[in-house]
Design a protein around this ligand. Sequence first.
Ligand SMILES: [Fe+2]
Ligand SMILES: [Fe+2]
Length: 348
Amino acid sequence: MESEMHILETEKLQIGMTLGENIYRNEQLVISEGVTLNIRHIQMLKRMSIVQVKVLEKRSVKKAFPIKQEISEKYKSSVESFKKICYGVTIGNFVIYDEVKDCIDPLIRELETKPEMALKLWQIYTADFYTYEHSVKVCMLSILLSKWMNKPQVFIDEIGKVGLLHDIGKCNIPNEILNKPDVLTEEEFSVMKTHSTLGYVLLSSTKELDRNILKGVLHHHERFDGTGYPAKLSGKSIPEYARIVSVVDIFDAMTSNRIYREKMNPYKVFEIMSEGSSGALDSDISNFFLDKIKRSYLGELVLLNSGEVAKIHNVESGVHHRPIIELNGQIVDLSVNHSIEIKSLFIS
Ligand SMILES: [Fe+2]
Ligand SMILES: [Fe+2]
């Protein structure tokens, strides 16, 4: 396969790109030419203040998978506004209702006309501002899911606020724990788990926020089988806002880059979530969500474990993560052919 060399700014690097030069630090080779970049490589290059690097692009792959970075301006400005809200919280301010509204309302309007935008968000490279971007994405996906469920406008407005604010308590969790690149110790995890209660207490001072919104925030880590926190609620005793947000929260966390692991492609997430949804999540909600998402990928291109490119041909099969694909002119049902795996998906 033919390759082309490009010079690319470090800011624009993406996981999976091939490095086209050796990178040295103090005359020592730290990343070699030909390496497939992962999140740690990209972070290392940024830390070393390297502004641009050479990357190799395989021509046919480039054509099949155009890199999309056209992110909605409204999304970007909501992330910025939410960052300001979070900064206020870290210096001891309360959350101002109008600022929350100003952050969400443009997103609600955007989703009226471009609902597919929320489905493309998982492609965005997130590492440095995970909590902000995650909160805005969970907000948008919760709104979208509630619209799909035909919920009334009041419900949609409120769940948007639960989605945006669900992790606001993390602003008061020490950075060493929040951004630790390794697995948390038991003690650190118990500190991390306080974020839902911290968020609830903080938001209680914002009088305009309805109690149902506060309860959604407080209970977003409860699990359907009773294994969650803080109250170990189970089944339908978990408020509906929390049951919806937790489905979206888990989907977004798995499809985003984290400091300790790279994002998974949605098909891998479908597999994990369909297996786990019968216990931890409200399976009616999660199956409905996964079904809607998988349908939106009809006609998109996927990269297979063989290195070949295929098209999603039919999404009617009962298995979320094994659609029917079109490969070299042949129709292949992945729910029958188990030797083929989907490695990545790119939405046009
Ligand atoms: Fe959380
Ligand atoms: Fe979250």
